[in-house]
Design a protein. Structure first.
Ligand code: CA
Length: 231
């Protein structure tokens, strides 16, 4: 197993992609490359690289959408590398969670320097796209949930609640925190939204809703997703 940092490159221009591969390999980085948004999401989820270099203009959509998907579960360093130079584009990428922005054309030394900065800042942080608790598997990267190996279909809202609890696995989240994070509102009169949707979620991910094993109630406070037990 190599300890050289893994850089994921999302780039649809094949000449640009091979330039990245040659440059980064010669500086002892491991490199994986995707050329579409769909490939990029799968690649980042399965390889969990240290740094992502992200092009914005992709054949099947905008790189910003890839960035948003990655940010749902991960704080992996993302450097946008784009020919778009407007201040508006840069702000949009940074607001969506990019760590840095480099405009094409750029110098090889500058790119390498930005990568080193990103690696220094991220040292020690680990994000895992897949959480397994007994027979429940939650894949935040691919937005898939399985119970006993069978795929469970969740609504986007249910997935948002489960995703939030997964990112804070083992910790109690209050009704108010869940309401705020999932619905973006903050009113005690709406706490029943949380209760109703948690009940629906339990019907899908629990084997016995009367005695939940995964999505636990903290009476009068909120909910907690059971932490996986260590072997
Ligand atoms: Ca492009």
């Amino acid at each position: 197993m190599s300890h050289e940092p893994l850089i994921a490159v999302v780039e649809d221009d094949s000449r640009m992609a091979s330039f990245f591969r040659t440059l980064l390999s010669s500086h002892h980085y491991r490199v994986v490359i995707a050329s579409t948004s769909v490939e990029a999401i799968a690649m980042v989820t399965s390889f969990v690289p240290e740094v992502v270099l992200l092009d914005l203009g992709l054949p099947d959509g905008d790189g910003i959408a890839v960035l948003r998907r990655v940010r749902e579960w991960s704080s992996i360093a993302v450097i946008v590398v784009s020919a778009r130079t407007s201040e508006e584009e840069k702000v949009r990428a940074l607001d969506a969670g990019a760590d840095d922005y480099l405009t094409k054309p750029f110098g090889a030394q500058e790119l390498l320097a930005r990568i080193r900065v990103a690696l220094r800042q991220r040292k020690g942080q680990v994000d895992v796209p897949v959480l397994r608790i007994h027979e429940l598997e939650i894949n935040l990267g691919l937005r898939q949930v399985q119970l006993r190996g069978v795929e469970v279909h969740l609504t986007p809202l249910e997935f948002k609640i489960l995703g939030l609890l997964t990112r804070h696995v083992g910790k109690v989240l209050t009704h108010q925190q869940i309401l705020q994070e999932v619905w973006g509102i903050n009113a005690e009169s709406k706490f029943h939204y949380v209760r109703v949707h948690v009940a629906q979620l339990r019907r899908k991910i629990e084997l016995d809703c009367a005695r939940p094993r995964y999505l636990l109630t903290e009476a009068g406070v909120g909910y907690r997703l059971r932490a996986p037990e260590r072997d």
